[in-house]
Design a protein around this ligand. Sequence first.
Ligand code: PDD
Length: 288
Amino acid sequence: MLEKDNQKVYVNGEFYSKNEASISVFDRGFLFSDSVYEVSAVIEGKLVDWKEHFARLIRSLTHLGIVNNFQEEDFYQIQKKLIKENELKEGLCYVQVTRGVAERDFNFTKKSLLPTVVVFTQEKKILNNPASKVGIKIITVPDDRWRRRDIKTTQLLAQSLAKTHAVQKGVDDSLLVQGGFINEGSSSNAFIIKYGRIITPNLSSDILGGITRSSVIKFCQINNIKIEEQKIKINHLMNAQEVFLTSSTGFVLPVIEIDGRLVGNGLVGGMVKEIQRIYLEQIKAKLS
Ligand code: PDD
């Protein structure tokens, strides 16, 4: 659903109404997907894990050599202002940064460009999302993305096709697999639980280092719940007792069916429920 017409959007230093905000057709973000982004959850009108999202934004910009002299506090204030103006209580706040505007040329080294910065919000039920209670159904699909999935770029076509394919097949999402192993969801990280062990694929250029993923790992460790980071074979996924996906847009989402086969008995498992509880308790304590 498109946001209300009076919603404000931030573009390069100014706040515009949604219908007036614009960027150049020669923006490299549009021409080459030469851009990165972050999306943070907003709960009770406050940001979840903004410091961590900012650190990853800087990492993405640095990896791509996009000019960045952004300050964490500046972005924080822009988002806070937008959240207030848009009266957002629960939803998402997106920060998108492109390399900038230039005559179309694959080579971007000719002159230093001024990055384009766009920030917008989106209303979404995150806490009372029915999927977090009843779980989701997924299918596995080949991971067709470029090889640097650890950089959070706006090259999201493969993920968008994978998600759409899942919905067309009557399920909720796709899990991206490669060479017999699982990578991650179309816009989330994956975890399996087997014999009480929680396992998630280790960090590498095959997956995005999710902020929710690292929070879940940290919170489990604080609560003495063992968690391991290692490659996961597809057959281990299919035999798991519980499976869940993590992201800023869905937090901890239980998976109850994969490729038409039930996970466990097909009901949301007890460990996932416990992780959901711990995750919510911890993030609510540090909203900003
Ligand atoms: N996507 N893996 C991929 C490929 C993602 O796109 C995302 C997030 C994640 C989870 O990362 P985090 O926990 O930091 O949100 C993992 C966001 C939510 C999106 O594009 O909507």
